[in-house]
Design a binder for this molecule. Structure first.
Ligand code: KPL
Length: 278
C-alpha cells in the first residue's frame, strides 16, 4: 500500500520533497503556515520548474494510510507537533527532518505513541524567495527509526518507499543516533563558521580556517564519544571537508538565516553539544 505523503511547511527541504512527489506522481499534500493556499516553484539543477500548491487550514485528519513529514527548523518542531498531534491516528507514522538534535526527545513527550522515524538529507536546497526553491545539489537521504522507537517491518517499508519515490536515493540506517551525531558534527562546523565569516561552504577548505575547523572537530569528537557514539577529530574533519567540497558554492542554512535576520538553529546544533558536554 502506498502512503499519502503530508509535508509540514514550505521550507526548502519540504518543497523539494513535494516537487519529488509531484514528479513521481506520488500522492501528497504540503501545508503552508499561512491560513490561505500558497504555491512554491522548485527549480532543479537542469532549470526545470515544478510548481507545487501548498494548502492552508483546516488541516486534515490522518490515518494509517498517511505519513506526516516534519521538515521544519529545529525550533519549529514543537509547535508543528502540537498543531498536528490531535489529527493523527495512532498508526500514522511521523518523520522528523531537521538540523540539530532534540526533536526526537521532544516527540517522545508530545506524541509518545506515534511510530517515529528520523531522516536527514544531503540534497542541497535553497529558498531563494518565498515562492522559489532551488535544488542546488544532488545528495542522498538517510532514514531510520528514531532512537528507542521500533515499528513493524511493513510500516518501515512503506515509509522507505515514500522517500525512495520522492527524495531518492535513500539509505536505511539502523543506528540513527550515530547518523544524526555525524550530521550534527558537520553542521556544528560549517554552519556557524560560514555565518560568522560570511563565506560559502567551500571557502572553509582554505588553510586560514583550519585552526577553527580542527578545534571544533576535536571538541565535538570528545563529546560525541562520551555520549556513546565513538568518533575522532580526523574522521570529523574528513566528513566536514567532504561536505564543504560537495556543497562548495552553497551558502549554509545558518549563513542564510543570519543574512536575512532570521532566528538560527544554533541552540539545536552547537547548543546541544555544549549541553551534552555538561
Ligand atoms: O545542512 C547544511 C546546512 O546548510 O544546514 C549543510 C550540510 C552545511 C549544507 O549547507
Amino acid at each position: 500500500m502506498t502512503l499519502t505523503l503530508h509535508i509540514v511547511g514550505t521550507g526548502a527541504i519540504g518543497s523539494l520533497l513535494a516537487a519529488g512527489a509531484e514528479r513521481a506522481s506520488h500522492p501528497y499534500s504540503i501545508y503552508s503556515r499561512h491560513s490561505s493556499p500558497d504555491y512554491v516553484k522548485v527549480m532543479s539543477d537542469d532549470e526545470q520548474i515544478v510548481r507545487v500548491t501548498a494548502l492552508g487550514s483546516p488541516l486534515p485528519r490522518l490515518t494509517g494510510n498517511d505519513v506526516l513529514v516534519v521538515p521544519v527548523k529545529a525550533y519549529q518542531v514543537e509547535s508543528a507537533l502540537l498543531q498536528w498531534r490531535d489529527l493523527l491516528s495512532e498508526r500514522t507514522p511521523v518523520v522528523l527532518m531537521h538540523n540539530g538534535m532534540g526533536g526526537a526527545e521532544l516527540a517522545r513527550t508530545l506524541i509518545p505513541a506515534q511510530p517515529l522515524f528520523v531522516a536527514t538529507t544531503s540534497h542541497g536546497a535553497l529558498k531563494e524567495r518565498a515562492e522559489l526553491v532551488r535544488h542546488t545539489g544532488a545528495g542522498e537521504t538517510v532514514l531510520g527509526f528514531a532512537p528507542h522507537y521500533k515499528v513493524s517491518n511493513a510500516q518501515r517499508n512503506q515509509v522507505f518507499d515514500v522517500f525512495s519515490s520522492c527524495l531518492p536515493p535513500v539509505r536505511w540506517h539502523s543506528n540513527m543516533q550515530a547518523a544524526l551525531w555525524q550530521k550534527l558534527a558537520v553542521n556544528a562546523v560549517i554552519n556557524p563558521l560560514t555565518a560568522l565569516f560570511d563565506i560559502p561552504n567551500g571557502a572553509l577548505l582554505e588553510n586560514r580556517y583550519q585552526p577553527q575547523v580542527s578545534a571544533l572537530c576535536e571538541e565535538t569528537a570528545r563529546v560525541m564519544t562520551a555520549s556513546g557514539v565513538t568518533s575522532t577529530a580526523p574522521e570529523l574533519i574528513n566528513a566536514v571537508q567532504e561536505v564543504a567540497r560537495r556543497t562548495a558554492s552553497n551558502f549554509s542554512s545558518m549563513h542564510q538565516d543570519v543574512k536575512h535576520g532570521r532566528r538560527t538553529e544554533i541552540d539545536a546544533i552547537s547548543g546541544y553539544i555544549v549541553q551534552q558536554a555538561k
